[in-house]
Design a protein around this ligand. Structure first.
Ligand SMILES: *Cc1c(COP(=O)(O)O)cnc(C)c1O
Length: 341
């Protein structure tokens, strides 16, 4: 489809075909040349480790068309570091930061016509992924890897405005184990979360608020997003060995400090939800998704965070500041954006 026929604001968070993707393979101990291709399939050996033993990791970041017409990629270096951490976690070959950077920039530039216009609320979602390619049936890490970057335009997350949604708690499923793979961005964690997510959606909730897998006492993650809350004017967010360190959360912690707030990364007991004034899920897709109520499906208890259903001032301010930096409307004092020329 011609990009000028796309209804940017109406796009879902889904896959829209673009012109090119870029790839690079690790073989014989070295990363090869970067390939640009229009092919959207990959030849994979039937015995490859990615198919049998879950050697698959990925990232998610976004590019925006700014107020000045320039394209900005948000926190590219942080995503590069995180995918290398994920690689080490699954004994995969880490993609060098410079290669990650070059391939992400190239994927965006080659598909420049799919970067939504400023003001549409849409953005270009960038999906880097790495898979183990070696054919082997024995359980061990691959010797060969393929790293791919593709992009897809995505519409605004809040189509009906910035509104709170409700979460549910269920002790029936964990998405990760205490010393497991929760802290890395691996496809397997998502597989482990599908049943719980489907249950939450069927009951009308936007996501499951997971409790820590060891004691089921503390708040862990919020579906595929981190959780934070505002309590007595402080920004609080869980410290946990099973959550994925969200770059959006990290950015909010800095912005909260800039707003003069104290930031606490610590255990948050479920019952503490009674005492918070605001809460939100955060991640690249939504930036911040305000939480109205949390319903404990096992005890029937309802934690009402926003009694009037109105998004609170702190979550609104954090959201606006982050969006403003991404869109080049506010000064990027920390150099979070990679501005393309
Ligand atoms: C990607 C992801 C997040 C959000 O991370 P961001 O860097 O903010 O996009 C949070 N939790 C999980 C489990 C994730 O996979």
């Amino acid at each position: 489809m011609a990009s000028n026929e796309l209804d940017w604001a109406g796009l879902a968070f889904g896959y829209v075909p673009t012109d090119y993707n870029v790839r690079c393979s690790f073989r014989d101990g070295a990363w090869g040349p970067i390939e640009e291709t229009t092919d959207v399939t990959i030849p994979v050996h039937i015995a490859a480790t990615c198919l049998h033993y879950g050697q698959e990791i990925f990232e998610g970041l976004k590019a925006f068309r700014g107020k000045d017409g320039k394209i900005r990629i948000f926190r590219l270096e942080e995503n590069a570091r995180r995918i290398a951490d994920s690689a080490r976690g699954l004994l995969m070959e880490p993609v060098p930061e410079e290669l990650f950077r070059e391939m992400v920039i190239r994927a965006v530039k080659l598909n420049e016509r799919f970067v939504p216009p400023y003001g549409s609320g849409a953005s270009l979602y960038i999906r880097p992924l790495e898979i183990g390619m070696t054919a082997q049936v024995g359980v061990k890490s691959a010797k060969e890897y393929t790293f791919i970057v593709f992009v897809s335009p995505v519409g605004p997350y809040f189509k009906e405005g910035f509104k709170p949604t409700n979460l549910c708690i269920t002790r029936e499923f964990d998405r990760a184990a205490p010393k497991g793979t929760g802290r890395w961005k691996v496809g397997g964690n998502y597989a482990a979360s599908l049943q719980a997510g489907a249950k939450a959606h069927a009951l009308g909730y936007s996501a499951v608020l997971y409790l820590d897998p060891r004691e089921k006492k503390y708040i862990d993650e919020c579906g595929p997003a981190n959780f934070f809350a505002i309590k007595d004017g402080k920004y609080i967010t869980p410290a946990s060995e099973s959550i994925l360190p969200s770059i959006t959360n990290k950015s909010f912690m800095q912005l909260a400090r800039d707003m003069g707030m104290e930031v606490e990364q610590r255990h948050i007991e479920l019952e503490e939800l009674e005492t918070v004034s605001e809460a939100a899920a955060c991640g690249t897709a939504a930036v911040a998704s305000p939480v109205g109520e949390v319903h404990d499906l096992d005890t029937g208890h309802k934690y009402v965070i926003l009694p009037d259903g109105q998004v609170g001032p702190v979550v609104t301010e954090l959201y606006n500041r982050l969006r403003g930096i991404q869109l080049g409307e506010l000064p990027d004092v920390y150099g979070w954006n990679t501005v393309l020329d």
